[in-house]
Write a new protein. Structure first.
Length: 530
């Protein structure tokens, strides 16, 4: 090419630089030092082209940007500050934390405020980047991105996803904003493809600048921990493993879990206290339970057992992840594509969870004993372990193991099955021809399915806790799993199997909120892009 023809090609609105680069790449043109200079010149030309090109749709774009600016300018002073931008992002179901990066990139005079010119220039630049990425994904250049093109693009970056996963990417993206979850769909018209307008509107206020960041955004859900067992660990590509992203993500998740568990420790201790000591005869409730713990050991008593609960996050997460990778490899065998179906991932995740629980289970027993201890009973974790070993033997460290392991399957299986059943039933009845049932419906399905999973597995969790604590419960009967079940039913009825479930539900919203905030800050500190 000559520079004149190339410059003309780049300034055509219907043929962005991505198509030229893609054509050269597909023609297997290898770049030496001169090639690098050539593409550097292309980048410079594209930036210049942005300044003097005037596409046909420019007036409509200016009008659209002005309307968006008007919506964000809440006090109508002709400026948008970071708080107004955060509110605007939250109202659109986007991350409030992205506001800082948007202001940093668009505030050219560094006054901390965005005027219409700065705002429009940012959207112009960002839409050009999004258009390049869109055309990179649109392999057949038909103006639409389909499931196959999403899979192929991620494959080119070393990320293998199943067709089912690619469909979910196309249908919806989940954003957890403090105490609520918002589900936004790229495929708004339900055609199972994404056109340019859908793509642009979905990522307009999301400061992602290249295909790698888009792929990372698609690939990974939040990995934070809220104190409950996660069924299926996240998956990573070979490139991410080599680059160290895996362990940085796990560290960020572990730190978020540590802060979250510490913040909700009083509710967790209250749950364990009600599970073990609650009965129809003593009538312990939330208030009397908290008051009794404070009277016995002061405010600090509300955090008993939190130390070991935090310490076990790291080994459990690491073991579960490594076990999941090995089990996934055994299930997958020599299958092409490198991905598992939902049922296979569920099996691999459940087995990995059982493996991790088997190895770290003594820490679970220590956590229960330390949570229920009286003032002065143990001097620390090591003293507690020594006393259990001396008085009760090694077997005491695995009391309650059977109900604990059995509880993994019903929670995960029912949660997954109920969610898919409710969502599909709604689609068949009310949204025929559409793949997106809407935000409120998905939130409702998720809430109901999670509740059903907890209700199904909670009796096993209660029996596990009682078996772990029974040696420290003076005068309590030393019963087996079946014996505990019969004893509870005969004395307290079916409601007795659900003692302590109220604080368990109460801690979910604060746990998710704390985890999300800490997780995002840890990812930034560790250099993991969102």
């Amino acid at each position: 090419f000559g520079q004149d023809s190339t410059c003309k090609c780049l300034t055509e609105p219907y043929l962005p630089a991505a198509l030229l680069i893609s054509t050269l790449h597909k023609s297997h043109i290898h770049m030496g030092e001169g090639g690098v200079r050539f593409f550097g010149w292309i980048g410079h030309t594209v930036k210049k082209a942005r300044v003097f090109s005037d596409p046909e749709g420019e007036p409509e774009n200016r009008k659209r940007w002005a309307e968006l600016f008007e919506q964000l300018d809440l006090n109508k002073d002709g400026k948008v500050d970071i708080n107004e931008l955060r509110i605007g992002l939250a109202n659109r179901g986007l991350l409030r934390s992205d506001a800082e990066e948007i202001v940093r990139e668009s505030d050219t005079n560094h006054d901390g405020l965005l005027d219409l010119e700065e705002f429009s220039q940012y959207l112009w630049d960002h839409e050009q980047e999004l258009r390049v990425i869109f055309h990179t994904l649109d392999h057949n250049h038909d103006g639409h991105i389909d499931v196959g093109e999403i899979q192929q693009s991620l494959h080119n970056l070393g990320l293998e996803v199943s067709t089912e996963h690619a469909v979910k990417i196309l249908q919806r993206c989940v954003c957890v904003c403090l105490c609520m979850c918002v589900v936004t769909s790229m495929d708004r018209d339900g055609t199972m493809t994404i056109n340019w307008n859908e793509w642009r509107d979905h990522f307009l206020f999301n400061p992602l600048h290249n295909m790698e960041s888009i792929a990372h955004y698609w690939k990974h859900s939040l990995m934070f921990d809220i104190g409950e067992q996660l069924t299926v660990p996240p998956e990573f590509s070979q490139q991410e493993r080599r680059s160290g992203v895996v362990w940085r993500q796990l560290v960020a998740g572990a730190m978020a879990g540590a802060v979250s568990r510490t913040g909700t420790a009083p509710l967790d201790r209250l749950k364990v206290f009600l599970q073990v000591h609650g009965s129809s005869s003593n009538r312990i409730n939330l208030w009397t339970g908290l008051k009794g713990m404070v009277q016995e050991g002061g405010i600090r008593a509300l955090w008993r057992g939190n130390g070991i609960n935090v310490l076990k996050i790291a080994p459990e997460s690491a073991i579960k992840f490594m076990a999941y990778e090995q089990i996934k490899w055994l299930i997958r065998g020599r299958k092409e594509g490198g991905t598992l179906r939902v049922q296979e991932r569920f099996i691999a995740g459940s087995l990995a969870g059982a493996t991790a629980q088997t190895i770290i289970y003594p820490m679970e027993v220590l956590k229960t004993r330390l949570t229920l201890r009286k003032t002065g009973q143990y001097s620390g974790i090591a003293d507690c372990a020594r006393q259990i070993l001396r008085k009760e033997g090694v077997r005491a460290f695995y009391r309650g193991y059977m109900p604990n392991t059995l509880g993994i399957i019903p929670y995960a299986g029912i949660d997954l099955a109920v969610y898919e059943t409710l969502k599909n039933a709604w689609l068949q009845r009310y949204c025929k021809g559409s793949a997106d049932p809407g935000v409120l419906v998905l939130l409702g399905c998720g809430t109901v399915s999670s509740t059903c999973g907890q209700l199904a597995s909670y009796p096993l969790a209660l029996i596990r806790t009682r078996m772990q604590a029974q040696a420290s419960t003076e005068g309590g009967p030393k019963l087996s799993m079946v014996g505990h079940f019969k004893h509870i039913i005969s004395h307290d009825g079916v409601p007795g199997l659900y003692r302590g479930i109220a604080p368990n539900f109460l801690k979910v919203i604060p746990a998710v909120s704390i985890s999300y905030v800490v997780y995002e800050h840890m990812k930034k500190a560790l250099g993991v892009s969102s």
